[in-house]
Design a binder for this molecule. Structure first.
Ligand code: GDP
Length: 141
């Protein structure tokens, strides 16, 4: 088992619905340590940069507009195999295909407004954590 860190985001749709607390409870119940957390509203340029890997996808503009429509909550999660375990807890990108009991199955409203984000590899976790947090904002324990 490897102790990993991953970037998690409670996306604007979930914050607006008032389910951030329920999502955080699921995170804590799954034995992740929350090492950092903050609410912020992404500026358009920040959303374009964060999702730059998708710049040629047909949904890129819409995704960036969605991610800037209201505040989100960014977090650093730590735990055994945190990257894959957080993605398992999130569920499939398309909530209609997500497994029962996953966050997206229970809280997403569309393939775009799908409640949460998680890094997809150790390399992207490093880049994504640094995108949102300075080392001083991360509280190891
Ligand atoms: P993830 O790793 O499961 O978040 O999925 P991706 O990295 O493939 O996509 C990033 C985000 O783009 C997803 O979480 C969705 O919010 C959005 N997205 C993905 N596919 C689609 C799509 O086909 N249409 C739209 N409108 N948004 C999408």
């Amino acid at each position: 088992m490897t102790i990993e860190r991953t970037l998690a985001i409670i996306k604007p749709d979930a914050v607006a619905k008032g389910v951030a607390g329920q999502i955080l409870t699921r995170i804590e119940n799954a034995s992740f340590k929350v090492l950092a957390a903050k609410m912020l509203q992404l500026a358009p340029e920040q959303a374009r940069s964060f999702y730059g890997v998708h710049r040629n996808r047909p949904f890129y503009q819409s995704l960036c507009a969605f991610m800037t429509q209201g505040p989100c909550i960014a977090m650093v999660l730590e735990g055994e195999n945190a990257i894959q375990r957080w993605r398992d807890l999130m569920g499939a990108t398309d909530f209609t295909k997500a497994a029962p009991g996953t966050i997206r199955k229970d809280f997403a409203s569309s393939i775009e407004a799908n409640a949460v984000h998680g890094s997809d590899s150790p390399a992207s976790a490093v880049v994504e954590i640094a995108f949102f947090f300075s080392s001083l904002e991360i509280c190891p324990r």
